[in-house]
Structures are given as C-alpha cells and as structure tokens.
Design a protein around this ligand. Structure first.
Ligand SMILES: [Zn+2]
Ligand SMILES: [Zn+2]
Length: 300
C-alpha cells in the first residue's frame, strides 16, 4: 500500500489512526498525543467515528495540543449528546486552545475537504448502537478517503503529448480534463459489517474485527448489554471479498487474544474464503508508525 498509516487499536482502551498524507486523524483514543507528540499540530482534520471512551479518551489532550497551533476541524456524528457536553467542557477547561476547534456535526453523505489538494473525505452511516434508529441523526460513522484527480478526457487521450500540452495552454487545463474520484480508503469504525457496496472500488478496506470467531461473540464483552454491536474476522473478510478490494487491514481486535491466535485465525479465515486480497492486522497492545511496512499476514 502506498500510504503511511500510524495507528493503535485496543478495543475498550484506545483506538486512533493517523493518515499523514491527508493530515487526518480518525478517533482520539487514550495515548494518541503522547505517541504523535508535536506531529499532532500538523493535522488539520480530526474525525470521530463515535463517542465510546476507547475512541475519544484522548480527545481533550488532542484539542489542547492541536489548538495551540491554530484552527482545526473536529468532525463527529451529528447524533448523540456527548459532543456538545465535551465541547462545552473543553471551552471551560481550557478556553485558549479549545476555541481553535471547529466542532462539526456530520451526517451520512457529508463531504469534507482535508485541505490537502484533491484529498476529500466522505461520511457514511454505520451500525454500532443497537438503538440508533435510521430516522435519527447518526451516532456512529465510517469514513472514506477520496482522491479527486483531474484526468484527461477520453477524446484527447490518443493525442501526442505535445498537442495535449498546447491544448492545455490555449484552452486551459479545465477544458480538456474532468475530475475523477478515486476511492482510496474505506474505514468502518466500530460496528456491524459495513455494506460491501460502500467499500467497492477502494484500494484499502480498514474494517473492525473485534472477535476472531463467532463463538467468541459474547454479548457482555461486546457491550450488547448496553446495545453495542461488533464484527468478527469472518464478517470483515467477507465484506472484503464481496467488495473485491485488493487490500484489507483488520483492527479493533479484542485484547483477549494472543498475537499468535490472531495471526492464525486471520490466515485460516482468509484461506477458507479464498480471499483475493492482501490482509494486514493492527494487533492490539501495539503502536504502529507505518502499519504497511509490516508484511501482510495473508497474500493470495
Ligand atoms: Zn471501540
Ligand atoms: Zn464502540
């Protein structure tokens, strides 16, 4: 994968992802400021998938650290009351840097501009809270990183480069090109398996896989007692297969498992599914500064 992704994901404790090329951080679990240090100040967009403590435990410190460097966007699902409470608290607790945060409630389908040329983000609705009704504003979101490229129109494609350059000069680049959106990364956030149609066309699917086996899906650990739902490795990789994505990264894997158990389970399921994708896993308890420098756990 041509992408630098730094991250940590231990469900119940902390999850955060940092896409350097997009100046984007997704979620703000405990420890993210400590790990990224002053790199936090170079991030312009912070997007939260939902308000569980393992995803926002480090948010206050992020606001303090990033806020000292000026304005930044803090996007979050439009549903739920936690965000307004946090915003108000942050403003009272540390008004100086908290004023730099532009809290933005997000709905399904919303677009954001990362500020890096051509790099956009689109929100989609996910299902993580059992009582999150579709007619209400979403309480959990997934995100897609979209790369908008200006491509030469088909009618000019066969011309020699010299003529294309001349046309670009005489008519302007806009006259001979059209913007094409490439889905780069789809990130599921916590929850049920996402709709494969959303992921289709992505270079990379980042999907949660809290449980290695459906037998491990114990409602209490999953949070079903308070209405949370999660995915298994089989469900996450089935989405990847149906969506025909070439690369998958599984994360949010329960800390109950050893690294060995995680590797074996993922290889087993990918083999069984005959998956045509490379698979990586962000192991719990571990901080990655470039997760794709690791060798994939599975290759077709
Ligand atoms: Zn979580
Ligand atoms: Zn959650």
């Amino acid at each position: 994968m041509q992408l630098q992704l730094a991250m940590h994901s231990s469900p119940r404790f902390s999850t955060w992802l940092w896409f350097n090329d997009w100046k984007l951080q997704i979620d703000a679990g405990d420890g993210v400021s400590q790990q990224l240090g002053y790199k936090i100040r170079k991030i312009d967009t912070f997007l939260m998938t939902h308000s569980h403590r393992d995803h926002i435990g480090g948010l206050l410190q992020v606001i303090n650290q990033r806020g000292e460097a000026g304005g930044f966007l803090l996007g979050h699902p439009a549903g739920g009351r936690s965000w307004r409470e946090m915003e108000n608290f942050a403003l009272k607790f540390n008004p100086g840097s908290s004023k730099s945060a532009m809290w933005k409630p997000l709905e399904e389908g919303d677009w954001l501009d990362s500020g890096v040329e051509g790099r956009l983000i689109q929100c989609f609705r996910t299902r993580h809270y059992a009582d999150d009704l579709p007619q209400n504003a979403p309480r959990s979101l997934g995100f897609q990183l979209i790369w908008r490229k200006n491509k030469l129109l088909a009618e000019f494609a066969s011309l020699p480069q010299k003529e294309i350059t001349e046309l670009a000069l005489s008519r302007g680049r806009e006259a001979i090109t059209a913007p094409v959106d490439e889905k780069w990364v789809t990130i599921s956030g916590d929850g049920c398996p996402i709709n494969a149609e959303i992921a289709r066309g992505s270079q990379l699917l980042v999907h949660e896989a809290t449980f290695l086996s459906p037998d491990d899906y114990d409602a209490e650990a999953a949070g079903d007692d308070v209405g949370h739902v999660h995915s298994t490795v089989l469900q996450a990789l089935s989405v990847a297969r149906e969506a025909q994505v070439p690369n998958v990264l599984l994360y949010h894997i329960s800390t109950r498992y050893t690294d060995q158990e995680i590797r074996e389970a993922i290889r087993g399921v990918a083999t069984e599914l005959g998956l045509k994708a490379k698979v990586w896993a962000a192991l719990p308890r571990r901080v990655y500064f470039d997760v794709f420098r690791e060798r994939p756990l599975f290759e077709p």
